[in-house]
Design a binder for this molecule. Sequence first.
Ligand code: SF4
Length: 314
Amino acid sequence: MPSHISPEKNLKKIYEIIKKIEKLKEEKNALILAHNYQNTDIQKIADFKGDSLELAIKATKTDADLIVFCGVDFMAETVSILNPDKKVVVPCKEAKCPMALQLTPEMVKTAKKSGYPFIAYVNTHAEVKAEADVCCTSANADKIAKRIAKDGICYMGPDANLAAFASKGVKVIPIPKHGYCYVHKMFQVEDVVIAKKNYPDAEVIVHPECDVEVQNMADFVGSTSQMLEYVKKSDSKMFIVGTEIGLIERMRIETDKKIVPLRKSVCIEMKLNTIDGVLRALSMEENIVKVDEEIAKRAKKAIKKMFDVMSIVV
Ligand code: SF4
């Protein structure tokens, strides 16, 4: 907030923006979807919050005419692919996941020459999904790998830590070899050691994009929504959480547990979305997300295959 704006004036401004958003939403039959890493302001106005998998499923079940997607580029693309007849807009077109850029369609094509299937993490662009056999999310990577591997072998990219997490009884080869998310790469073994010393009664829960050494020290490893679910259901009163700060804020709002970040880690790209941006996207219907029809058709096959493998009816 600029220093010349008082907290009261700022609150009034936010309230006015929210009122306008609510009115426009009704007029336009619009739906606001927000990833768990979004700012609290956006999470408050969202019709639905969740991880990539939940948002992708939700997107197939709406009768809204307009979807405002608050997350990063590949997620909005997925929503558009699953809803070709709906208008999908984003608050900020610069909100692009840097990890998604680490895997190209050529890398997938080259790997597949070996005859083993390729699993594309949803954190990829449509062109990459179009070349893959199936998609996965952090909520189902291990299950998909187990069911899709040929002779116990498959490829997965771009996150090497997720590939390691999914290597349960099967060999999951990461493509590229060291693909990573900078937000989760930040967590170190020393952070876990210090946190456990400071909070000996707390449970440690982390995202599978964290380094394997960090995963190995955790009590639970799961997607953002799986972590939230875990905190809600657990009898423990305190948790040390290794993921982006947006989920930690959501946990603090939705549970009465004590939530301590393993380290404050922020996804700069996710935070490019603001409620002003949501209002603009809603009123101007700008920043439309549209994927080339042919690529969308092939990418949809890989996404649908994930739903089929998981027996999810969409
Ligand atoms: S948290 Fe990591 S994977 Fe998710 S959008 Fe940010 S950089 Fe990409």
